[in-house]
Design a protein. Structure first.
Length: 148
């Protein structure tokens, strides 16, 4: 498994649940996957059971709760269709919108072009006043620094 992928693989056989745990060798940095029962979990100590230089890697499992279809972050109609069929709360919609904004920023080289267009339109509409989220987080002056 590559770093960043979900580690929460679960194998169910005759009511015994096995999971894949990752351990890192403190000496050489090697990462291995070990399948163990959740019920009988114990720290990994190497193949022979006498090595004390393995440490468990704890990651947050990544689970896809929606359909596996990934939409184009620039496609407005796909966003409307996807979120129209979502179940959940308003916060889930905002989180998904933020995810798409992050993807657009990554594809466009650092800044979401749709967000930039919104900020520019806001500035024109309000006679040059910047949107609160478009303002700098830190202002350096000669004798002071202001952080928001």
């Amino acid at each position: 498994m590559k770093r960043g992928e979900s580690r929460a693989l679960i194998f169910c056989t005759s009511h015994i649940i096995d999971m894949v745990y990752q351990f890192k060798n403190k000496k050489n940095g090697k990462i291995i996957d070990v399948v163990m029962s959740m019920k009988d979990y114990k720290p990994y100590r190497g193949e022979k059971g006498n090595e004390d230089f393995w440490e468990r890697i704890y990651d947050v499992p990544q689970v896809n709760l929606g359909d596996a279809k990934v939409i184009d972050p620039f496609d407005n109609k796909a966003f409307v269709n996807k979120t129209g069929n979502m179940s959940g709360r308003y916060g889930d919609l905002l989180d998904y919108s933020s995810e798409l904004s992050d993807r657009r920023a990554a594809l466009a080289g650092g800044e979401d072009p749709l967000k930039r267009k919104y900020f520019d339109d806001y500035k024109k509409k309000t006679n040059g006043k910047k949107h609160v989220k478009d303002k700098p987080k830190k202002i350096d002056m000669k004798n002071a620094t202001i952080e928001f």
